[in-house]
Design a protein. Structure first.
Ligand code: 8DG
Ligand code: MN
Ligand code: MN
Length: 364
């Protein structure tokens, strides 16, 4: 790319065809666009939300700092509205529209409520309509809460304090040691944002498997009971495996359904590592535990490494460009009517005819 060529000249249309590092040069622009994406999501405008997310994701993959809108050239995936926001931030340092959103009562309340573990946009929105505005309101008006939401509220501050990498590794070691008691040879892999190189995150995503097929069955419930008996679990909600590959060569269903591994959404009681929480001696940390049979492990690893936008783009690419269905269990070729097995993430990219993107470059 020469100095005169537009910065975005070589930009491929799908995020899974690009390398997106963790750190990039257009933070103020992507923050503005992601605020609007979030706000659109709060309003139930999924399409608009996706458009802002796509635009932000394109900027994250630019090789340098954008200083004028013209440098973008005719980039795919950046619409009129996003261009206007970019221009405002470039010219004035801020976008009036974004600042207005950030100050609005609705946005602030939705943010407060959706930061409760177990509260999604629909619930938060209903509470807002009912006139609730603060966490105290929820308690004083005896709002009906699920067990998960009660735990989320009880540990609100801890769960909204970022998990540091050291803490994530400590949780990983604890789980690894516990797993060895029940299933020697099983492995525990740190996925999610930490695998993409993030120094901190909102939870710890751990993927469990065993090199011999079938040995992993039943592992999760024994593991969680033991951790619980040790006083390490503050909340847990487990789900059994409901994926039936053995039912026959049915293609996976809808593209965006949650995967169906045996899994556990939990809150761990982590002994303090120093830093905030050290005075009290422990800190509540969100942990997702997922068990995959070894034949599905590469798909699970790819699916649970994220980012969410990178995953969405991989699936969109597979379906629109390759007539294949990708999820966290398998890759299915709808033309040849067969599953495409893979022993590594690299092989999945090969099946899709994509250049391999290492985890650290999936921060789309
Ligand atoms: P963060 O925790 O630091 O905020 O970032 P993250 O690690 O990228 O986000 P995440 O919300 O923990 O999601 C990690 C990946 O897990 C993401 O690519 C989506 C994937 N994932 C699934 N199924 C499910 C599911 O049922 N629930 C959640 N929360 N994530 C899932 O494949
Ligand atoms: Mn995560
Ligand atoms: Mn997670």
């Amino acid at each position: 790319v020469t100095a005169l060529a537009p910065l975005g000249q070589q930009m491929a249309p799908y995020a899974c065809q690009r390398r997106t590092p963790l750190l990039h040069s257009n933070q103020p622009l992507t923050e503005a666009l992601e605020t609007l994406a979030e706000e659109a999501g709060f309003s139930g405008s999924e399409g608009r939300s996706l458009a802002f997310t796509r635009a932000a994701s394109v900027l994250k993959a630019l090789p340098g700092r954008l200083s004028a809108l013209e440098e973008l050239g005719p980039l795919p995936g950046i619409g009129e509205h996003s261009r206007r926001v970019i221009q405002d931030v470039l010219e004035d340092g801020v976008s009036v529209e974004v600042e207005r959103v950030k100050l609005s009562e609705r946005y602030r309340t939705m943010k407060l409520f959706t930061k409760i573990f177990g509260v999604g946009v629909r619930t938060a929105s209903r509470w807002y309509q009912e006139g609730l505005r603060t966490l105290l309101d929820l308690q004083e008006r005896n709002t009906k809460l699920t067990r998960q939401q009660q735990a989320g509220l009880r540990h609100y501050d801890d769960l909204n304090t970022p998990v540091e990498r050291g803490e994530a590794e400590s949780v990983g070691r604890t789980v690894q040691e516990a797993v060895q008691r029940f299933l020697p040879g099983a492995s525990v892999t740190l996925a999610g944002g930490f695998r993409r190189g993030k120094p901190r995150g909102h939870d710890v995503d751990l993927l469990l498997t065993h090199p011999e097929a079938g040995r992993e069955a039943g592992l999760l419930s024994r593991l969680v009971s033991w951790l619980d008996s040790q006083g390490l679990i503050l909340y847990q909600h487990s789900q059994e495996n409901s994926f039936a590959l053995c039912e026959g060569p049915e293609p996976p269903g809808s593209r965006d359904v949650l995967d169906r591994f045996e899994r556990c959404f939990s809150i761990f009681r982590l002994e303090a590592q120093g830093g905030p929480g050290a005075a009290r001696g422990w800190k509540a940390v969100r942990v997702d535990l997922v068990v995959a049979p070894v034949s599905q492990f590469p798909f699970a690893l790819l699916g649970w490494t994220g980012s969410r936008h990178f995953e969405r783009e991989l699936r969109r690419f597979a379906s629109h460009e390759r007539k294949m269905v990708l999820n966290s269990h398998a890759l299915y070729d709808t033309m040849r009517k067969r599953f495409l097995p893979a022993a590594s993430e690299e092989e999945i990219f090969q099946h899709l005819g994509l250049e391999y993107v290492p985890p650290g470059q999936r921060n789309a």
